[in-house]
Write a protein that binds this ligand. Structure first.
Ligand code: SAM
Length: 267
């Protein structure tokens, strides 16, 4: 049996009681921390709290060579991830592989950033379009710095349809954790290059450390980069589309957006 367990948003205490019991009764405990990460703990602390040794898997162990899955044929193994357990295509792929190997699977859910953002920002979940990730720029084979334009296009498409965009920020081995400020400046760089007005006079919402006591939620015009110094990771960005009055009110009263946001609704 292979049980996928979502660990929740921030620290070792965020696992559900059901998840904890499954970890404690498992023969082997695996974890990946490259699609998301619990900033408020360490693997050592988790091992102490859960009372089990944890085997950390790297990207290639999960995506290219998941030979450890063999153990699930005759033992109870659990696979831990940050957030909810299936909020990533990689994990769905792993579950399908297990199914093809004749392994029974089970899911134990955890709180996810993909739903935490609604409560923290006041933006309504049914008003979001396709989400997108911003990767760190890379150097092409010809030595040029390349900034991917897909996130900009996704925001543009959602905006044309009046929808909000949830923007995940890259977690990278060498570059570390992308901040809201870095993500926004990459979007502004694409805007500058293409001379389009997708980000112009556009409110952005930055969220840092969801699930912690130190959570930070800031809404301001995207060009005001200094407003988005949010401190430690993890961080995530929302570019709102059309706002309902209640959403605008939430951004002003709960996230410090300029009052002018409400003037669109006054008669
Ligand atoms: C690809 S998503 C993985 C989502 C995860 N499976 C979940 O359900 O929460 C990871 C990205 O979400 C954002 N993120 C995850 N946890 C966060 C948190 N606690 N606070 C702020 N942003 C977070 C970061 O931008 C991070 O790079």
């Amino acid at each position: 049996m292979l049980t996928f367990i979502g660990l929740g948003l921030f620290d070792a205490q965020d696992i559900s009681l059901k998840g904890l019991r499954a970890v404690q009764s498992a023969d082997l405990v695996y974890l990946e921390f490259y699609t998301s990460y619990l900033m408020g703990t360490t693997i050592e602390e988790m091992e102490t709290l859960y009372g089990k040794p944890i085997i950390r898997l790297m990207r290639e162990d999960v995506e290219q060579n998941p030979d450890w899955l063999e153990n699930a044929k005759n033992q109870n193994i659990v696979f831990l991830t940050g957030g909810d357990t299936m909020a990533s295509t990689t994990h769905v792929d792993l579950r399908i592989r297990a199914k093809d190997m004749g392994i029974e699977t089970k899911l134990i859910h955890g709180a996810s950033i993909t739903s935490a953002v609604f409560g923290l920002s006041g933006l309504q979940n049914y008003r979001f379009g396709k989400s997108v990730s911003i990767p760190f720029p890379y150097t092409s084979s010809r030595g040029n710095r390349v900034v991917t334009e897909t996130p900009y296009d996704t925001i543009k498409f959602n905006q044309e349809n009046g929808l909000h965009t949830l923007v995940f920020l890259d977690i990278h081995n060498e570059h570390g954790y992308m901040t809201v400020r870095e993500g926004l400046s990459l979007l502004l760089e694409v805007e500058e290059k293409r001379q389009e007005g997708v980000m112009k006079n556009r409110i952005a919402v930055g969220i840092a450390r969801a699930g912690s006591d130190d959570v930070s939620v800031i809404a301001d015009f995207a060009e005001n980069l200094d407003s988005f110094e949010l401190g430690n990771p993890l961080q995530i960005l929302i570019i709102p589309g059309n706002l309902h009055f209640i959403e605008a009110e939430a951004l002003v009263k709960l996230a410090g957006a300029p009052d002018s946001l409400l003037s669109d609704f006054s008669d």
